[in-house]
Ligand binder design. Structure first.
Ligand code: ADP
Ligand code: ASP
Ligand code: MG
Length: 816
């Protein structure tokens, strides 16, 4: 014999029930079966809702009941042959009259007790099972209806009644000894206490009913039919990549369901486990799927799968209670007293941690139990509190639990290191940790807001190690931004295959609009940013990133705006990595620069700005590597401005200087205001950043800057600037001629030596490394402790949207 249980979704409507009927027909062709059913989907909640409304003196409860009644009436109409309908319609109506009468009583008394709750909710399973039974009979199937409430005996702990296993087993055995139908339909969830009062087995308890029947009848197998294809590696509503676990041990399934995998009601496992009966979770809507086989010894263990765990589960609405005090040290009985007083209040303890000094003990409980627990503990420890042996109990709410579960975790080293490492890198703050002594699970308590993120991070780490999901937020869609976005779209496949990362553009903005999508912004949506985006502000963009709280997030600043860097700090504090080609932050006050670097370090994330200097050239990376390996940078000599290089490479006196500058601007090499380049501000920022990265706490205004621009050029608008340039053509010609005299050329050079930086035009001889620089080339010459004779030289294209975008791309990939 087999026991099949169908959950609420499986029996939600006529269409689903027909699907269930097919499964029943097939199964009953092979053996005798017991079919345990839940109430129609959502009915239990709605019955409670009606009764609570009545208790709250809300007049709306009859309407709620009417809606539920109609649901059942419609079901009868859709399922039953016409002739049988009227009897069943009256049947439903009669029972809803009863329910309404109970609710009227609740309304009058203004009181809704646990006992009444069980009476009300039991109608859900009662009605569904009766209707389904009637339907099967009308089809000519050999089916009888068994009232589980008459067979399952419990204590009187209403809403969570405890089963009297012995009497229940006896009843069920007796019933089956006398029953000869091929199919037996039974309601799940409901039972009775010894006095004949209706009780229930706890929310989700139909699974348990089925397991009790399977155990009592020594069934061959218990099948739990639901709306997913088995127990999954994580809650599929949270993790899109969750996959069904094909085989799993009883113990693992128990841990997963205890910590929130609500596909299986936790007590369900015990009865079948005691009888070594296989339990299979199957999908009503995909009956061919293998599902999950839960058994004593699964054939495929996590070890063979090369995975450190079988699944991850999570729970919300958790509170931590901490009892601490010097009086607890070495005195036996404190913990026992705590658990006793929680137990007296029927508060279940989900997780326990105790510091090894025994100075404190922390338990996780359901948030709804907090005030009862607090009261009970305060009463129970009254004397200890008075004598200051313990502190008043500390309560933290708004928490959740994430548990990593697997039988084989104990034989694997480094599991917790891996778990904490990847969570830490994403800024998830762990409030408490518990590891069962059997090492079948490691559970952590974190803020409820971080649950989704944490489960996804862990899932990726353990089950999808082949691919890492990166979420990008790109600020700026100008020249470089657009190139970067194109590169990301073009290279995503390559990255997935070769670097195992999948980059999603989860947010995008320009100076007017912003757009977000957790699943990734498509190329089409990117093109419609201005049409479909929301109003942009730097603060709102950052706040949205923070509230989305997605794993492996990177904020990319592809602007030159001073308004963007002020949001870096709060992003870093939430472990959002920052990649900036915007130089403003790294060249701001030293204290600010340092603070951002420290913030990144303290929050386990990256603040990268390689493209601040030399576009995609590995200049900052080179400095970082030198320093990390113990070298010291003594001097830096560099040509760092693509713009100035272009200008002085093209200026030979044949065309006015102003025309050459205008050409540089047209070709996109200059800042919108070319004075930023020509006056050396940009170069000064770059040498400042290099010096800082080399370990020198330099400030911008200490940089010596010998400007070659006459003062008049610095005044007024960009237009005025060009006019002034033209006016001073002789001055520029003279500069050129002076250099030519001894066969040299003009280069705008930045230097850092002996702790000081300076920038300005220099005459460069042909034998200098700086001489042969063409187009937009940059060069940086490092003299270090190790490279003291022959310097270390980095040279190449140091400007241009495409190379800058590549450099940003490289920073992004390195940051996660
Ligand atoms: P039923 O009404 O059939 O008893 P439940 O709603 O009680 O169904 O349980 C099935 C649901 O459990 C799934 O739809 C899924 O959303 C949720 N769930 C949570 N965690 C898991 C998990 N680890 N594996 C499968 N389902 C899970
Ligand atoms: N109907 C009950 C509930 O919703 C029991 C069950 O479906 O398992 O909790
Ligand atoms: Mg369920």
């Amino acid at each position: 014999m087999k026991v099949l249980k169908f959950g609420g979704t499986s029996v939600a409507n006529a269409q689903n029930i027909r699907q269930v009927e097919n499964i029943i027909k097939k199964a009953s062709a092979e053996s005798k079966i017991v079919v345990v059913v839940s109430a129609l989907h959502g009915i239990t909640d709605q019955l409670i809702n009606a009764a609570e409304s009545a208790a709250d003196q809300k007049e709306s409860y009859p309407e709620i009941l009417k809606e539920l009644e109609n649901k059942h009436l419609n079901l009868v109409k859709e399922l039953m042959p016409i002739l049988a309908q009227s009897a069943w319609l009256s049947f439903v109506k009669k029972h809803f009259n009863d329910i309404e009468e109970i609710c009227n009583g609740i309304f009058v008394l203004g009181e809704f007790t646990a006992k009444t709750k069980d009476r009300i909710t039991s109608y859900g399973e009662f009605l569904s099972s009766r209707i389904i039974h009637a339907k099967l009979q009308s089809e000519g199937l050999d089916a009888s209806w068994m009232n589980s409430a008459e067979q399952i005996v419990t204590d009187s702990n209403f809403t969570h009644a405890k089963v009297d296993a012995e009497h229940t087993e006896e009843n069920i055995r007796k019933y089956f000894a006398e029953n000869h139908n091929r199919i037996i339909i039974a309601p799940g969830f409901i039972a009775k206490d010894k006095d004949g009062n209706g009780t229930t087995l706890g929310r989700g308890g139909s699974d348990y009913t089925a397991s009790i029947i399977a155990a009592a009848t020594d069934a061959e197998e218990l099948e739990i039919w639901t709306d997913v294809s088995g127990m999954m590696t994580a809650d599929p509503r949270l993790v899109s990549g969750a996959k069904p676990i094909s085989e799993i041990s009883y113990a693992e399934a128990m841990e997963l369901s205890h910590f929130g995998a609500n596909v299986l009601y936790p007590p369900t496992i015990q009865p079948v486990m005691a009888k070594n009966i296989d339990l299979r979770i199957r999908n009503t809507f995909d009956p061919e799927a293998y599902g999950t086989l839960i058994s004593h010894q699964p054939k495929i263990s996590a070890n063979e799968n090369q995975e450190i765990a079988v699944g991850i589960s999570n729970m919300n609405h958790i509170a931590l209670l901490t009892l601490e005090g010097s009086g607890m040290i070495g005195i036996p009985g404190f913990s026992a007293k705590l658990f006793q007083c929680l137990n007296n209040e029927k508060i279940s303890v989900i997780l326990i941690t105790q510091s090894s000094s025994e100075h404190s003990i922390t338990v996780a409980i359901n948030e709804k139990d907090v005030s009862t627990a607090n009261r009970a503990i305060s009463t129970s420890f009254e004397d200890d509190l008075k004598l200051k042996r313990v502190e008043p109990v500390k309560i933290e709410t708004g928490l959740g639990i994430v548990a990593l579960v697997g039988d084989n975790m104990k034989s694997r080293s480094g599991v917790s290191a891996k778990m904490f490492g990847c969570l830490g890198n994403n800024g998830i703050n762990i409030r408490a940790i518990a590891q069962g002594s059997s090492e079948k699970n490691i559970s952590i308590v974190i803020s409820q807001e971080d649950i989704r993120k944490a489960v996804n991070i862990l899932h990726e780490e353990v089950f999808e190690s082949e691919i890492k999901q990166v979420h990008l937020y790109i600020c700026g869609t100008g020249n470089v931004g657009t190139k970067l976005i194109r590169q990301i779209y073009d290279q995503n496949e390559y990255l997935k295959e070769n670097l195992s990362i999948n980059i999603r553009i989860a947010g995008l903005c320009n100076s007017r609009k912003m757009l977000f999508s957790d699943k990734g912004i498509s190329e089409d949506d990117f093109l419609k940013l201005n049409e479909n985006g929301n109003e942009f502000s730097e603060e709102n963009f950052a706040d949205e990133i923070i509230s989305r709280n997605l794993r492996n997030s990177v904020f990319v600043d592809v602007t030159a705006s001073p308004e963007v860097p002020p949001v870096y700090e709060k992003l870093l504090k939430r472990s959002v990595n920052i990649v900036a080609c915007n130089k403003i932050a790294a060249s701001s006050d030293f204290a600010n620069y340092k603070n951002l670097k420290n913030t990144a370090r303290n929050h386990n994330c990256r603040f990268f700005f390689e493209t601040n200097v030399g576009a995609g050239l590995p200049i900052i990376g080179t400095i970082n590597d030198l320093i990390r390996s113990g070298d010291r940078i003594n001097s830096i000599q560099a040509v760092l401005s693509g713009t100035l290089n272009f200008v002085f490479n093209h200026y030979d006196g044949s065309k006015p200087f102003s025309e050459v500058v205008a050409q540089a601007q047209q070709e996109g090499y200059t800042e919108p205001d070319p004075r930023l380049d020509l006056a050396g501000t940009d170069v000064a920022r770059k040498i400042l950043i290099l010096a800082r990265e080399a370990g020198y706490p330099l400030e911008f205004d200490t940089i010596e800057n010998e400007s070659f621009l006459p003062e008049e050029c610095m005044k007024g608008s960009v237009e005025d600037f060009y006019k002034a340039l033209f006016k001073y053509e002789d001055h520029f010609k003279q500069l050129l001629e002076n250099a030519k005299i001894d066969g040299k050329i003009l280069k705008y050079v930045a230097e850092f030596k002996e702790g000081k930086a300076k920038i300005g035009l220099q005459h460069v001889a042909p034998e200098s490394d700086l001489f042969h620089l063409y187009g937009k080339d940059n060069i940086v010459i490092f003299k270090t402790l190790r490279y003291s004779e022959q310097p270390l030289v980095v040279k190449g294209a140091g400007a241009g949207a495409e190379v800058t975008a590549s450099g940003i791309f490289a920073d992004i990939v390195r940051s996660v």
